[in-house]
Design a protein. Structure first.
Length: 197
């Protein structure tokens, strides 16, 4: 259809964006507010790190030992070197540093909430935040203020895969549950001051 319309790919994308904005504007212009509640809170929260197991440590250390003696390192193993070295380092410090500290921002703009986290967050966590939020609409912004890697669910860990490997997770499902609870508490606290729009 794009070809028949004589549009380039970029022109078709621009046309669709224009139509979507115009459609939303037609509804939004019927309810304009000039005095909207604006609240912003920022706090640090501590989440328990995903502990590296003895087995994961042994595998990572064995990998690091095996490549340490290579005369010409295989360039295809560059990321694996980094991941395994980081896993060994995490294991060594996890008993003295068992928490990941993150910056949580929550914003209320009228009946909308915005919250941030530094993770590549599994969808389930975002859905749980949205379902428990008092806001009419809640936006969950990921990869904000830092990079906390993937935050997988318990079910995902059982399923396996790249995004559930220990080197891909700084925080595990226990921390994910705490993140959801703290975020919901922070969002809903912004609706306790009786300033609903």
């Amino acid at each position: 259809m794009r070809t028949l319309s004589g549009l380039t790919r970029s022109e078709e994308i621009a046309r669709r964006i224009d139509l979507a904005v115009d459609e939303a504007y037609q509804g939004a212009k019927q309810e304009i507010h000039f005095d909207v509640t604006l609240i912003h809170h920022c706090r640090s929260i501590e989440l328990p790190v995903r502990m590296v197991t003895e087995k994961e440590f042994a595998q990572a250390e064995a990998f690091c030992d095996a490549i340490a003696n290579e005369e010409e390192p295989d360039p295809r193993l560059g990321l694996e070197r980094i991941w395994n070295r980081q896993t060994v380092e995490r294991y060594k410090r996890q008993s003295t540093d068992p928490y990941y500290t993150m910056e949580l921002h929550t914003i209320r703009l009228g009946d909308v909430a915005i919250c941030t986290n530094p993770f590549e967050l599994y969808t389930e966590y975002g859905v749980r935040i949205k379902a428990r939020s008092k806001a009419l609409q809640t936006f969950v912004v990921q990869l904000a203020c830092a990079y906390g890697a993937y935050l997988a669910t318990e079910e995902a860990l059982r399923g396996g895969g790249y995004s559930t490997a220990v080197y891909s997770n700084i925080v595990g499902p226990q921390g994910g549950n705490i993140l959801v609870d703290r975020t919901v508490e922070a969002i809903n606290a912004m609706w306790l001051d009786n300033s609903d729009p």
